[in-house]
Design a protein around this ligand. Sequence first.
Ligand SMILES: [Mg+2]
Length: 302
Amino acid sequence: MTADSSLDRRFDRALASLRGLSVGDALGSQFFVPAHYPLLKRRELPDGPWQWTDDTEMACSVLAVLARHERIDQDALAMSFAQHHDFDRGYGPAVNRMLRLIREGGDWRELAAALFQGQGSWGNGAAMRIAPLGAWYADDPEQATHQAEISAYTTHQHREAVVGAMAVAAAAALAADPAGPPTPEKLLDGVIALVPRSAVGAGLRRARDMLDYGDAGTVAAVLGSGRRTSAHDTVPFALWSAARGLGDFERVFWTTAQVGGDVDTTCAIAGGVVAAAADGTPPADWLRQTEALPEWVPGAVA
Ligand SMILES: [Mg+2]
């Protein structure tokens, strides 16, 4: 195997994960439109095109930095977030302000550390964008968690937000195992082993105990589904859903979306993890109705 071909495979997996993330994000966000609520119950698609949100926009920067640097370069990542920041993509107010200040020459290290009275953000924003990085490192899940940790600090410095990103990256790496997809139990056990003790970790252990539950609503009521937009009330449920549906993008999407909460983000996470594996591609029709990735993402325009 040449170095180039393994790099090509990393890139192809990460781009596939990014496309799955964008479909989950774009279709998931449709269900914030009240007229679309009944469609969700019937598992029917709203008319396209479906526009993606901040989850996809930030994930595009993650892939662009990996393609350029073959690892996470924090300064390049923070600058890419700031330069491509589109106010109308549904960012939270704290991130909107921070990315504007970085664009105006502010230091991301100081700005990210100062958020929320100096605790840093524990929002789900570092986790929502990171599945493609996990796909990139499918041959090295430990490196996936390490690079995810580094990537998180550029915007989210609270421990829970950082561990949330590590968990999603680990899940995408393990789901894309070149030797074949893991069982749901093996996937969550693998993720749990790769993340430090934390509320996210505790949620993942609860998710592992609930893998045999048939009712997603009950599981979401216990684990959370992003209603507080924190990492720990978002990541465990999204990974529970992804773990149970590897190889079946449609099933994972509907299971994740039907419980409500921060639907674009839970579906971006679950979609990015499932699509990291070769058999997890979204339906062609769903991809067609999803807004194209921006032209500045390498490989986005075929
Ligand atoms: Mg969003």
